[in-house]
Design a protein around this ligand. Structure first.
Ligand code: PRP
Length: 185
């Protein structure tokens, strides 16, 4: 299967469905082992992480619950300043609970840094981070990732939850978007 035959807007496939499935299963096993006997509460960062969350939680074999938070930056320029706002807050309290933040990608680290500070201020028992993708070349603030799927190069990737203009989230693989699509060529 080549990138060309998969989707016309995709230059190359970076991670296949099979590679993702295997890694998500491994992470699920590790999480289940670590949180054995604990009140595990997954916090999914909308919208990109929903696909990862849906697959990951089906590989978690211990009791767990989940909640959702949506964050928006104040536009492309201000994103680097770390100024963000909450579009949708968590529904449930995190106090005294073991929180695992589920993200699709850590880029500058600003989103995660903000969410970590927010959740820590609400007195959870513990907070850890699970991210499918890490783009370390783009990091602005340091963020510790406890469970990581893949480290990727600084390419424009879409699929498996990741979008460009709200599209491509439904692709079952992670692919590099053709530069002419996002105006990068
Ligand atoms: C993406 C991704 C992370 C964030 C990472 O979300 O899901 O939440 O950006 O970037 P950062 O490390 O530079 O902060 P996005 O704002 O694109 O929203 P989405 O999840 O709805 O696509």
């Amino acid at each position: 299967m080549t990138g060309l035959s998969v989707h016309k807007d995709i230059e190359t496939i970076l991670l296949t469905e099979e590679q993702i499935r295997k890694r998500v299963m491994e992470i699920g096993e590790k999480v289940s082992e670590h949180y054995q006997g604990k009140d595990l509460h997954l916090v999914c960062v909308l919208r990109g992480a929903v696909v990862f969350l849906a697959d990951l939680m089906r590989h978690i074999t211990i009791p767990c619950s989940c909640d959702f938070i949506a964050i928006a930056s104040y536009g492309a320029d201000t994103k680097s300043s770390g100024v963000v706002r909450i579009l949708k807050d968590l529904d449930d309290s995190v106090q005294g609970r073991h929180i695992l933040i589920v993200e699709d990608i850590v880029d500058t680290g600003l989103t995660l840094n903000y969410i970590l500070r927010l959740i820590r201020s609400r007195n959870p028992a513990s907070v850890r981070v699970c991210a499918l993708l890490d783009k370390p070349e783009r990091r602005v603030v340091p963020v510790e990732i406890d469970y990581l799927g893949f480290t990727i190069p600084n390419r424009f990737v879409v699929g498996y939850g990741l979008d460009f203009g709200q599209r491509y989230r439904n692709l079952p693989f992670i692919g590099v978007l053709r530069p002419e699509i996002y105006g990068g060529a």
